[in-house]
Structures are given as structure tokens and as C-alpha cells.
Design a binder for this molecule. Structure first.
Ligand code: SF4
Length: 360
């Protein structure tokens, strides 16, 4: 049975090379070809001798299985949403087939790639379509890092110099901790994908043990917290995870988190019209994060299939103004790709009718 190489660390590739009787520098060449050059085909790994490439490509050798693009959804704003298929007979042994999504968002001088860490999600945030899928399964390190590599390859001709990655697609990254961090280490490794730690952001619904664990990591991404409410009562209603890790416990974990110099927490706040977008909500948010080095991203709700409405222009501006007046850096972020189903999980839901039926 060929060994799947995508997602393997430098150390794991060294062990694999040793099992073939190859020297460690061959593993370093493979690592470079996989992650720095994004070669998914052994024949294209021109830094490796032909005999070894042929051996790797043979039935008992190895394989590289990047997520397969099922559909591309280009948006008028230049973003492209990808529906990927993973697992199944061509994927890692025993990995259940699933569909996940990622979004490629080009901007002046950079691209941002939003990726998934789980197929579906168990966290059950009420404003999120992915929640309706439930948890299908955790992704492997190769399936996580593979989304970045495929999105970069797909857009190879038009890449800007800088790449940002946000772990904000389907799934709660801190509930798939090991695989997510294995992928992040490859993304941040100067010999791997070579992204800067400040350009990779992990977004969590507030899994406190995961935040505490992340605080111990020598190499880690930046941290974003999906806040979305200004009181426990409101957050319990929107995000049931708050009953397990209430605001004070969550914010206490943030206060103990060792930020790097000039590093900020990002608090994501989806503005739901008439639910959490009042001026008193803004004032409570200011008080909640008063002792933290933090910025707030305000994301006006993007009307879709869920029973929420978009906030008014006036309430967005007022909320933003209150935060800024109190010295909290705040930015209004309109979610990109709105014309191609921008809320996380929307594509997977559309492409998985049997899963939708079970929810109705
Ligand atoms: S918002 Fe994130 S954590 Fe919450 S249900 Fe959706 S995918 Fe899961």
C-alpha cells in the first residue's frame, strides 16, 4: 500500500526515507518539492533523481493526494470558492469521503486563503450553516495544508507576493488540535510553505482548553475569537459552547495568553440585525475586552437561509463609532464572495442534499 506523503512533517519524511534506505537529505528534497514547490506529481520533482522518483511512484512507494476540486465558484469581487472532495478510495487509508470548502481572496499585494479544519462541525453556532451538517469528521494534516497548496497552484499565474491563511472555514480548529497544528507547522516552516506567523490566523469559537494548549506552543498562528455577543445570555442563545466556556472564563484564558510583541487578539463579531447590534452591545463589548490588546472585526450578517437579518447601515456605523471612540481598533469587514454563498458551510450544504434532508 503506498504511503500518503501530503501532510507529513520533515521528521516523518526522514523516517519514510530511512524505510526506503534513503539518506536524510532525500527527505529534505521531498519536503521542499511538496511544500515549497507544490509538486503533487513525483515526475515533476526535478530535484530528486529519476530512479527515486520512479520508485516513489510505484505501487509500493508513495502517493500524494491533494484535495480534489469538485467545483469552482468565482465571485464578482474576484474571490473564488472551492468545493473540494477529500477521502474515499483515493484518499488516506480509511478516511471517509467528504466535501469541504476553501475560499481564495485576492487583494492588492496579497491573497488570503480561508480553509477548513473539519468536515462539518459539532459546535452548533446558530448563525452558521456548517453547524447544520454536524461533525462529519476531522481532517488530516494533509487535507488541511493541501487546501492552501491547491488554492495557490490554481491561481499560480496571478499570485501576489504575500499569502495570508485564515482557519475559519468549516470546523472548529481547536477540536482537531493535533492535525491542525501539524498543518500549521508546515505552513509556518521557512523550509515548508514559509508563511509568517502573523499571516496565519486560527479562529476559534472559544474552546478554552485549546486556547490554553496553544499558549504553550513555541510556533503558533495568531488567534481570533468568534465573540458575536456582548453578554453570556446573548452568547448562550447564539453559541451554546458559551454554556461550557462562559465569557469570563474565555476572556480570562485570553488575558493569560502570551501575546508576541505588537501582536493583537482579533475578536470577530457578526452583527445580526436586531439581535446583537445595539449601541449598548457595543459598550458592553468595550468593557469585556478592556484589558486585552485586541482589535474587533465587525462582520455585517450576510442574509441567507437562516432566520437573521442584516444590520442597518446606521447600526453598523454606530457600533463601529462607539468602539473607536473608546480606543478599540475596529474594522467593518463585509464577507467576500457574497454572490457565491459566502457564509461558511453554504457550499457543502448545497452539494450535500442528503445531509440537508436529515435536518428538515
Ligand atoms: S461558526 Fe465555526 S465553530 Fe461555529 S458551528 Fe460554524 S464552523 Fe463550527
Amino acid at each position: 500500500m503506498p504511503v500518503e506523503l501530503l501532510g507529513k512533517s520533515a521528521e516523518e519524511l526522514r523516517e519514510f526515507a530511512a524505510s526506503l534506505g534513503e539518506r536524510p537529505f532525500r527527505a529534505a528534497q521531498l519536503y521542499h518539492a511538496l511544500y515549497a514547490e507544490r509538486r503533487f506529481d513525483f515526475a515533476a520533482m526535478t530535484n530528486i533523481p529519476v530512479a527515486l522518483r520512479e520508485r516513489l511512484a510505484s505501487a509500493e512507494g508513495a502517493r500524494i493526494t491533494p484535495p480534489r476540486v469538485v467545483r469552482r465558484f468565482p465571485s464578482l469581487d474576484g474571490s473564488i470558492r472551492y468545493l473540494f472532495s477529500i477521502g474515499g478510495p483515493a484518499g488516506e487509508a480509511g478516511a471517509k469521503p467528504a466535501q469541504i470548502e476553501a475560499v481564495f481572496m485576492p487583494r492588492e499585494g496579497r491573497q488570503t486563503i480561508c480553509i477548513s479544519t473539519q468536515a462539518g462541525c459539532a459546535v452548533d453556532c446558530h448563525f452558521c450553516l456548517t453547524a447544520q451538517l454536524g461533525l462529519i469528521r476531522n481532517l488530516t494534516p494533509g487535507e488541511i495544508v493541501g487546501q492552501v497548496l491547491v488554492a495557490l497552484e490554481e491561481n499560480r499565474e496571478n499570485l501576489a507576493p504575500r499569502t495570508n491563511v485564515v482557519l475559519m472555514g468549516q470546523g472548529e480548529p481547536l477540536l482537531n488540535y493535533e492535525a491542525t497544528m501539524a498543518a500549521v507547522r508546515i505552513l509556518l516552516d521557512p523550509k515548508g510553505v514559509a508563511l509568517a506567523p502573523r499571516h496565519v490566523t486560527l479562529s476559534t469559537s472559544g474552546i478554552v482548553p485549546g486556547i490554553e494548549r496553544l499558549a504553550q506552543e513555541k510556533i503558533r498562528p495568531s488567534l481570533a475569537i468568534s465573540l458575536n455577543a456582548s453578554s453570556d445570555e446573548q452568547r448562550n442563545a447564539l453559541m451554546p459552547i458559551n454554556r461550557k466556556y462562559p465569557l469570563e472564563v474565555l476572556l480570562d484564558a485570553c488575558r493569560r495568553f502570551p501575546l508576541r510583541p505588537r501582536e493583537y487578539f482579533t475578536f470577530e463579531y457578526v452583527l445580526l440585525g436586531g439581535v446583537n447590534d445595539m449601541p449598548e452591545d457595543a459598550r458592553r463589548v468595550v468593557r469585556l475586552i478592556a484589558n486585552l490588546r485586541a482589535k474587533v472585526n465587525l462582520i455585517p450578517w450576510n442574509p441567507g437561509n437562516l432566520p437573521y437579518r442584516a444590520p442597518s447601515r446606521e447600526s453598523i456605523d454606530e457600533f463601529h463609532r462607539i468602539l473607536m471612540d473608546k480606543g478599540v481598533p475596529a474594522f467593518v469587514r463585509y464577507s467576500r464572495g457574497q454572490d457565491v454563498f459566502a457564509a461558511c458551510g453554504q457550499l457543502a450544504l448545497m452539494e450535500a442534499p442528503s445531509q440537508i434532508v436529515s435536518l428538515q
